[in-house]
Design a protein around this ligand. Sequence first.
Ligand SMILES: [Zn+2]
Length: 289
Amino acid sequence: MAKDVARRFMLENADTRGEWVHLDDTWQAMLQRADYPPTIRKVLGEALAASVLLSATIKHKGSLILQIRGDGPVHLLVVQATPEGHVRGLAKWHTEPESDTLDAIFGRANIVITLEAENANERYQGIIALEGDTLSTALEQYFLQSEQLPTRLWLHSDTQTSAGVLLQRLPSSTQSDEDWERVGILLDTLTAEELVEVAAETLLLRLFHEEAPRVFAARHLAFQCSCSLEKIENTIKGLGETEAHAIIAEQGKIEVDCQFCNSRYVLDHVDVAALFAGAQANSGNPTVH
Ligand SMILES: [Zn+2]
């Protein structure tokens, strides 16, 4: 069984494209960073699989960030998938949810999907209310409302694996509605056990043999954070020199922990002085690039 891979596929006889994903070590790496209650762990794993599946459907090359923000026990869930196959994610909670319904976990909440272009200057953001019994139905609604693209998702996560399958009707589809409904019904016959244990080609052929599935090369996925000292320094520059020195005077240093990967960045008076000296030298001499 291939680990930490995504496979694109086409159902040639039904004008439908799809994506299959299996996250293993990647998902384990995320679980090591916080002690999630089971209800939160389950939905975080589903969201992680969804982020990879959804990122495969976007046209431009860039990152996809899926966030759920609400007033329930979990106030923030965020997962990100980049075109290089790097994923990260976390959930923040006040109390343990009383059950595993979306309502009990997130309360009144929104799904926010952000597409970031490679240079991070261009962004597209879509927001809809989180509605439905499961994350997959909520995301299906998102695609229908925001993108007018009929989409089906099958998501599963447990302590070892986060996995899923996406089906999307091609925008140019000339096939009948019955074809689209039929592939959805076939997808509903999938079991969690099959999704976890059966290899992509075998599984897709088993589910959709009459639709002639064509499965493309594997894309490898890895847990990797995009945080860096440079990004932290830019944030500190944004605070201003006086404020930065004031924090160090009070706390001895500026300490920033990345919540995604637990990396710790520490800056003292000398670092901050050097940081702002550099910033001033650049701004005072606009001919230097
Ligand atoms: Zn990080």
